[in-house]
Design a protein around this ligand. Structure first.
Ligand code: SF4
Length: 677
């Protein structure tokens, strides 16, 4: 029987029709009725059926490397967590979870940690991909709310992609954008990226910006909007902080962008003169030590012009993982409560504690991902539970993280595979269900909640993550973890959102609490007419105490680095996912790029004596890697770098900034200002 489910990879959240082949495998098609993809799948999604083999799976719990029963493993986990809390306090335990978790898994883990163990030491690998967006949203909007919808990319007259290789990282959304532009050729697309990526091939303009200089460019834009009279007089009463943001923005340095001033001027004019603008950003903005400021530099421009929360307008953060958004909704990060409520707010905490009947509520933010593993390294975390993620590979300074996990007094790892770098370090290894066997919900980048349904039986003794966490909670003597199926957890989560809604949270899905879970169709939140068809903030009402948005003063910076060293950038490959524990099973997916690579400009390769396909060792203060050399003029020459890039110091000439497809922008420049609000 064909099962309607969702793809487990990126934040586009495509609907999938999965049909068991009767031999343990699946055939997979795009779901034509799913609003995110309307039948499309990218190559990763299309290859899902090749990744469900159970050969090599973890099929039973293991304790100290030896096969164990679930009962003995769960008893041990409960005992060790109980002992740690009793001897060293609640902050001596931690959970590190994943945007791969279903919302129900996330909800249960968050409830146990924050409401019953009394610590907010639960963080997620989503921290690494979009915590900057969360913080930027909260600073500007008073809540972590994505204002727009995917269809805004299709309705816009200008789509700006910055720090986003959409063609590779969110392929189906990119396909939708390309189809929209084919239907409306007047739509413009600008890509801002130090590298000439695949996304540039569909763009009108590629701005090969100096690495990390995005805030300079958007601060220049804010100044340009003000200087050319494009600030929205209608929307400005809904926004505070223009003067301070503008004062900070005036310090932006055009030369720091490394761009031709004529290209910068063309971009500023295009953005200023186009009413329907969507600015899409992703990991290239978020994964930065100034990522939150970069986010706010973008949001400032949309707030100043009122281009937010209306069709074809708005800033748009696309999430990397399938359920990064669901994790945000349940408050599955160290500095969040549930349902977009605030951990630091005693009223909010009391409301959640009352709903959960929680005996010991965390009252302050816990350790975020990097700090959490530092605490593990320093011996402050005595019991650690890692669920569905591989931090020994994926965390910054991964070797140190691996050593820290190995040295931790007690580490539990919930995994589908026994031989990941992190699983090998576990004291207790719990066999988890994988995609194809999991049952629950996920929320994609545009706040669309979809069901993920099981199409295959769980192999061996693999069990859902929510079940394992609930079992441990019960063994620790806690009430409120007695669910027998995910529908009950979702109903509780939805009911809690009614409490949150009464406190002013925008996340209120309580009308779904009594929904037929099995038959549930993809649904956007919110549903109310006040939100203009599922968008937020178009009416100028924000979640701050006075209801006004905040423009944040951003002093733009660029990354500094030692003299004479190359500044490297990171990116994703199109057909692999995370540490390849799943996509690595598909030979088809390996055909695109078989291994990680080091992309070098031809000039740098010649200077270093490297030829295509050579192996190069890359050292940095953070670590070392040996990578296959790929030579391309799609990236800027990294040398000569006589000194740090900084204000007033030109970036070396970048990859070519060019107009694509021979189209010119000036026709837009003649657009009358009256089109502005
Ligand atoms: S675009 Fe993302 S969600 Fe859609 S099929 Fe591809 S990887 Fe899966």
């Amino acid at each position: 029987m064909t099962v309607r489910t969702t793809c487990p990879y990126c934040g586009v959240g495509c609907g999938v029709l999965a049909t068991p082949d009767g031999q343990g495998g699946l055939t997979v098609q795009g779901d034509p009725d799913h609003p995110a993809n309307r039948g499309r799948l990218c190559v990763k999604g299309a290859a899902l059926g090749e990744t469900v083999a159970t050969q090599g799976r973890l099929l039973t719990p293991r304790v100290a490397g030896a096969q164990a029963t679930w009962d003995s493993a769960l008893d041990l986990v409960a005992d060790r967590f109980t002992d740690a809390v009793a001897q060293h306090g609640p902050d001596s335990v931690a959970m590190y979870v994943s945007g791969q978790l279903l919302t129900e898994d996330y909800y249960v883990a968050n409830k146990l940690m924050k409401g019953f163990l009394g610590s907010a030491n639960i963080d997620t690998n989503s921290r690494l991909c979009m915590a900057s967006s969360v913080a930027g949203h909260r600073r500007a909007f008073g809540s972590d709310t994505v204002p727009g919808l995917y269809e805004d990319l299709e309705l816009a007259d200008l789509v700006v992609l910055t720090g986003s290789n959409l063609a590779w990282c969110h392929p189906v959304l990119h396909q939708r954008l390309m189809a929209a532009r084919a239907a409306r050729p007047q739509m413009r697309i600008v890509v801002i990226d130090p590298r000439r990526t695949a996304t540039c091939e569909g763009a009108d303009l590629h701005l090969a910006i100096a690495p990390g200089a995005d805030a300079h460019l958007f601060n220049l834009l804010l100044c340009h909007l003000f200087d050319t009279g494009r600030i929205s007089a209608d929307f400005l009463p809904h926004v505070a902080g223009l003067d301070a943001a503008l004062t900070a923005a005036r310090r932006a340095d055009p030369t720091a962008t490394g761009l031709d001033p004529r290209d910068v001027a063309a971009f500023l004019d295009l953005w200023a003169l186009t009413d329907r603008v969507v600015t899409v950003y992703s990991q290239g903005i978020n994964q930065s030590d100034t990522g939150t400021d970069k986010v706010n530099a973008i949001l400032n421009c949309h707030l100043a012009t009122g281009r937010i929360g209306r069709p074809g307008m708005g800033p748009f953060s696309v999430t990397g993982q399938p359920n990064a958004m669901g994790g945000r909704e349940v408050g599955g990060m160290a500095n969040m409560l549930a349902c977009h409520l605030t951990l630091e707010d005693a009223t909010h905490r009391d409301a959640v504690a009352g709903f959960w009947n929680a005996p010991r509520m965390a009252d302050r933010p816990g350790l975020k991902a990097v700090d959490m593993f530092r605490a593990v390294e320093e011996g402050r975390i005595k019991a650690l539970w890692i669920i569905h993620t591989n931090p020994a590979v994926t965390m910054p300074e991964a070797d140190g993280v691996a050593r820290a996990i190995a040295a931790c007094d007690f580490t539990v790892v919930s995994e589908a595979w026994p031989d990941t770098d992190t699983a090998r370090l576990a004291d207790v290894l719990l066999p988890a269900t994988a995609w194809g066997e999991k049952d629950g919900t996920v929320t994609n980048s545009e706040r669309l909640i979809s069901r993920q349904r099981a199409a295959l039986p769980a192999p061996g003794q693999a069990r859902p993550d929510w079940w394992a966490v609930a079992q441990v909670a019960r063994r620790m003597g806690f009430r409120g973890f007695g669910w027998t199926e995910p529908a009950q957890i979702f109903a509780e989560h939805a009911a809690l959102s009614r409490v949150a809604g009464a406190l002013g949270s925008d996340f209120d899905i309580s009308d779904l609490a009594g929904a037929d879970y099995e038959a549930m169709q993809p649904v956007h939140w919110p549903q109310g007419p006040a939100q203009r068809g599922g968008r937020f903030f178009g009416t100028g009402r924000f979640h701050t105490p006075d209801g006004r948005a905040r423009m944040v003063p951003v002093v733009a910076q660029v990354p500094d680095h030692p003299v004479g060293r190359m500044l490297l950038n990171t990116g994703r490959t199109r057909d692999q996912w995370h540490t390849m524990t799943r996509t690595g099973l598909s030979p088809r997916l390996a055909r695109h790029l078989a291994e990680p690579y080091l992309q070098l400009h031809p000039g740098d390769a010649a200077r270093l004596g490297l030829a295509a396909a050579d192996l190069a060792q890359v050292d940095s203060p953070q670590g070392r890697a040996i990578l296959r050399v790929m030579i391309s003029d799609g990236c800027a020459p990294a040398t000569p770098l006589p000194r740090s890039i900084g204000a007033g110091r030109p970036h070396p000439p970048g990859a070519s900034t060019r107009w694509w497809r021979g189209r010119s922008i000036p026709s837009l420049a003649s657009r009358p200002a009256s089109r502005q609000r």
